[in-house]
Design a protein around this ligand. Sequence first.
Ligand SMILES: Cc1cc2nc3c(=O)[nH]c(=O)nc-3n(C[C@H](O)[C@H](O)[C@H](O)COP(=O)(O)O)c2cc1C
Length: 189
Amino acid sequence: MIRDLILQNRSCRRFHQEVAVELETLRELVDLARCSASAANMQSLKYILSCEPEKNARIFPLLGFAGQLKDWPGPAEGERPAAYIIVLLDTEISKSAGCDHGIAAQSIFLGAREKGLGGCMHGAVQREELSRILNIPPRYEILLVLSLGKPKEKVVLETVGPDGKTGYWRDSESVHHVPKRKLDDIIIG
Ligand SMILES: Cc1cc2nc3c(=O)[nH]c(=O)nc-3n(C[C@H](O)[C@H](O)[C@H](O)COP(=O)(O)O)c2cc1C
């Protein structure tokens, strides 16, 4: 089951925007992150939730979507995320999150997948501007933004070919293809 969940848990960047994600759902997802591993159990991550169209509309333009797809400006109105979880480091608890935010994000997305939702981690974030518009106090550092919604795109895994290229691509039917390296190419000893 965990293998199926992980295989289905692809980054998704086009959504049925009209299908709302409730605040309670976001809280349940953050609760999965809360119960996940944390370096030295410092639990320095904090979260801001957004599922209101007005707040979403202010967050959306500050995120990068599929930077490798040079001809794609990101999801059009109507296909944008219905919710966001902003993952913050509370620098008054710790100066570094280690890799806690990656673990938290994966827990959140596995939980989301189980609920029929999908989304994408965004490292490409205009952090200063996002902090400003949401009045985030300086003690909090924006680590990642997670976009969420009901998926509207098909994503398939491919195997990296002999050329070694790992870039993702879209075909003529807008199916998103994601090459992954072969198992024997990543276990080196
Ligand atoms: C730390 C991290 C940051 C990422 N940042 C972005 C981003 O800013 N924008 C985006 O569209 N995708 C982003 N992604 C998603 C990756 O592009 C995606 O994971 C990769 O293409 C593989 O696809 P998959 O998640 O379906 O396996 C990020 C992923 C990770 C793990």
